[in-house]
Write a protein that binds this ligand. Structure first.
Ligand SMILES: *Cc1c(COP(=O)(O)O)cnc(C)c1O
Length: 372
């Protein structure tokens, strides 16, 4: 067998030399200052992030998970409350709800966008619904106008962990609901050198609560008005993110160009019926955190690609309502058919800004040859 050059699903080692230099300089500054927690470096990042997104407040926190947790805490979510969310997401969105003693209530997705279906959401809302939490999956916003409409007075928390840079009818995600949670986990479109996240909000009171809760509810030294947590962002991460933020627009444009190139190859090859390419809903800017296709016989196709040296991933093979830890919620298989079908069919192809055109071509052609 001839050896093949592997194409990874994601390669975090391929980035610009100029960026490495800039990060090193910023990190050195932090060591000289001796200030590793909060301070001017964090404030600079928060200001630039808020500008980029067009939101009144951006607060750096320790991870996307903690951003969700602290956002829900700021809205007073606790035991006896319900939070409606998507069963087709990374674990953290439902995990944050359960950790506060509230009940995650799931509503099925739209099969085209993989995001919360506003009609199913409407059916899931009860008098106990405290928050509605749509997840903008793979880089595309959920259908926010009908989601806000059916939510009425119930506050909406956006899980924007996969969608920095995306927009919905001209509005940046993270500015549409009452509060939003960003993740800067290294694999995200804007990735730190470790765990990091942010909360955004246009509401002054919520911003003040988040600022308080991320510091153990401290109002002045050793005085605590409420029980929060240590949800702070490390200055080293803020410095890395400030340097990387200047490249985000360029990286996002490249992700979109990669998605277009994949799409062109599939269309030229008359792929119909074999590969379902991502659907970009009208009025939405999709930032392709993942380029996810649907294929029948996904695991066989995936093994074929692996044989050809091509890395792929499955986000997510087990829907949240079927997770062992949520067994006591009483959900059963078959309850969210769109989610369960997606979990069987989705396949994420290599997608990162430094992916090269010849690599894209090889991935697309190998997929076409493998899918029936
Ligand atoms: C990554 C992610 C999170 C959690 O972010 P961390 O920074 O890893 O804690 C939450 N929700 C979604 C949809 C994510 O993709």
């Amino acid at each position: 067998m001839t050896s093949v050059i592997p194409i990874p699903v994601l390669d975090l080692t391929r980035y610009e030399e100029s960026l490495k230099g800039e990060i090193a300089a910023r990190v050195a500054e932090i060591f000289s200052s001796g200030r590793f927690i909060m301070g001017a470096v964090n404030e600079e990042f928060e200001r630039k992030l808020a500008e980029e997104i067009g939101v009144r407040h951006a607060l750096g926190v320790s991870s996307g998970t903690d951003a969700l947790l602290v956002a829900l805490m700021a809205l007073g979510v606790g035991p006896g409350d319900e939070v409606v969310t998507s069963p087709f997401s990374f674990f953290a969105s439902a995990g944050a709800i359960a950790r506060l003693g509230a009940r995650p209530v799931f509503a099925d997705i739209e099969p085209t966008t993989f995001n919360l279906d506003p009609d199913r959401l409407a059916e899931a809302i009860t008098p106990r619904t405290k928050v509605v939490m749509p997840v903008h999956l793979y880089g595309q916003a959920a259908d926010m106008d009908p989601i806000l409409e059916v939510s009425g007075p119930i506050p909406v928390v956006e899980d924007v962990c996969q969608t920095v840079g995306a927009s919905y009818r001209g509005r940046h995600v993270g500015t549409i609901g009452k509060v939003a949670a960003f993740s800067f986990y290294p694999t995200k479109n804007l990735g730190a050198a470790g765990d990091a996240g942010a909360v955004t909000t246009g509401d002054d009171d919520v911003a003040a609560l988040v600022a308080n809760l991320r510091l153990h509810g401290e109002t002045e030294r050793y005085r605590h008005s409420r029980v929060g947590g240590n949800f702070r962002l490390d200055s080293l991460q803020a410095a890395v993110l400030t340097a990387k933020l200047t490249r985000l627009t360029e990286w996002t444009a490249r992700r979109i160009a990669i998605a277009e190139r994949y799409g062109e190859i599939f269309f030229d090859a008359d792929f119909a019926g074999r590969v379902v390419v991502p659907f970009v809903a009208p009025g939405r800017k999709h930032v392709f955190h993942q380029y996810v296709v649907r294929v029948r016989d996904r695991d066989r196709v995936r093994a074929k690609l692996a044989e050809a040296g091509i890395g792929t991933a499955v986000f997510y093979p087990i829907p949240l309502h079927l997770q062992e830890c949520f067994a006591d919620l009483g959900y059963r298989e078959g309850q969210f058919p769109k989610t369960e079908q997606a979990a069987r069919e989705v396949l994420a192809l290599p997608m990162f800004p430094q992916l090269m055109d010849d690599e894209i071509d090889r991935v697309a052609e190998t997929l076409l040859a493998s899918a029936r």
